[in-house]
Design a protein around this ligand. Structure first.
Ligand code: MG
Length: 451
């Protein structure tokens, strides 16, 4: 077929003849450089290089993907942080995605996402999801830079002026936690997560009691965990907090799975009088079948999802209105392209967003969270991070946290950069705190605990 004939089948004018032509075994027109850019009278653009940058300015391994284009100086950044297995994500990007992507049109974000998603045939999972996210966020960043607009504008524009956040607090005693909550209120936070060590046991998210294993590095230290004392203590903590800090603050708690489903259900009921903003991750992802039973017995608001990989793990929870907040770790499910669809789906079922935002989301990932938060009508709350000075130096343009609100910059794209020379001064270590901790929680009898 002559090239002029392909113009007759051009994408804008005639989808049906194009499909017909492909069905006849004819090659489709070049899908790429001549596409979106031509319609907008911009020169064609192609991906010229893709690379991963590994750094840990705050001691937590971060993986960031940089996508370079044929336009001088035009590149994008995306978060691909799976801190526990950073080197595996690096391999997935550098050895497998990079050769697949070079030469493609970075403006065709959805097509790059869809084709990359199936390029491994087997898909989903934290490694491939994070690798895909690094590229996907970078393409949104490139699109914004080329359009001269912040990403939230490309997602539909601001639904709010700033992004309300929650902060973490913890302690070893009721009084410690009470002081931490009051201090967080004084810093301007309206939403405060509280965790507490169970005497004699390790507790996720709170400083554990000192013990005989203190000479072992924390990431390799055996951690003893029992669900019973924890679920009996927690209602007493919240009773203490409501009595001492009052009702003028929203309190949150993360169970982090780790308790048998029936105990999680009891806990949600026992906490009802204290009116939590949400209780997070009551069940392991393998136990999502309990959510309809939980909904039938309690009105404690439920947040769920940082371990989710696959849409089939959360679709029914959303469409059956079994959770109140979706907590997905955006880079885990493939980036902004996937997350904006999850947010839109949630809108129809009155589920609000509360994207995962701890230290093992890179500042680039936090910026993506904030842009999506700004443009999402059913936004609920954002987990905040108080970036260290080293993080701010390595990542100029970190979202700013003021009075408990995250603010995005109005710079084009995600509005954040990466100083590669400085990042290299914080090389990742092979024995980071997060890597082995999860495999070291055990019951008193030695049974491994599943998060
Ligand atoms: Mg959590």
């Amino acid at each position: 077929m002559h090239r002029r004939d392909w113009f007759k089948l051009g994408a804008g004018a005639a989808g049906l003849p194009l499909i017909h032509a492909v069905a006849q075994g004819q090659a489709p027109p070049a899908f790429g450089p001549a596409g979106a850019a031509q319609g907008r009278r911009l020169p064609p653009l192609r991906i010229t290089d893709v690379k991963t940058i590994l750094t840990q300015p705050a001691g937590i391994r971060l993986v960031v993907v940089k996508v370079m284009t044929s336009e001088a100086g035009l590149y994008g950044l995306g978060c691909a942080t799976f801190t526990q297995r950073a080197r595996v994500v690096e391999t997935a990007v550098d050895r497998y995605l990079k050769p697949f992507l070079i030469g493609k049109d970075p403006m065709q974000i959805e097509d790059v996402y869809q084709s990359s998603f199936v390029s491994s045939y087997w898909r989903n999972g934290p490694v491939l999801g994070n690798a895909l996210s690094g590229v996907d966020m970078a393409l949104w960043d490139i699109l914004g830079k080329r359009a001269g607009m912040p990403v939230y504008q490309l997602l539909g524009g601001k639904c709010r002026d700033a992004v309300d956040t929650y902060v973490h607090t913890s302690g070893r005693t009721f009084q410690d936690v009470e002081k931490a909550v009051l201090a967080a209120k004084d810093r301007g936070f309206r939403h405060i997560r509280v965790q507490m060590a169970v005497p004699g046991l390790a507790t996720y998210g709170a400083a554990g009691a000192r013990g005989a294993n203190d000479d072992i590095p924390p990431n390799r230290r055996p951690q003893v965990w029992e669900p019973g004392p924890y679920v009996r203590m927690l209602p007493k903590l919240f009773e203490h907090l409501r009595r001492t800090v009052g009702d003028d603050v929203e309190l949150l708690h993360d169970v982090h799975e780790r308790v048998p489903p029936i105990l999680a259900m009891q806990l949600c009921r026992d906490l009802e009088p204290y009116r939590l903003f949400f209780l997070e991750d009551p069940f392991s992802p393998e136990d999502v079948g309990y959510f309809d039973k939980l909904r039938a017995v309690t009105t404690t608001p439920i947040a769920m999802g940082e371990l989710f990989n696959n849409p089939n793990e959360y679709l029914s929870l959303i469409s059956n209105r079994l959770i109140d907040f979706i907590r997905i770790h955006i880079s885990q499910i493939g980036g902004l392209s996937a997350a904006r669809k999850v947010a839109a789906l949630c809108e129809w079922f009155a589920v609000r967003t509360a994207w995962h935002g701890p230290g093992d989301v890179s500042p680039v990932g936090h910026a993506a969270n904030v842009h999506l938060d700004l443009a999402t009508p059913n936004f609920g709350i954002q987990e905040s991070r108080n970036f260290t000075q080293a993080e701010k130096d390595v990542f100029p343009g970190c979202p700013e946290l003021r009075n408990g609100y995250f603010h995005a910059t109005d710079r084009p794209g995600l509005g954040i950069d990466l100083d590669e020379r400085l990042a290299a001064k914080f090389p990742i270590t092979d024995d980071p705190p997060f890597d082995y901790r999860w495999g070291n929680y055990r019951r008193r009898d030695g049974t491994i605990v599943k998060p």
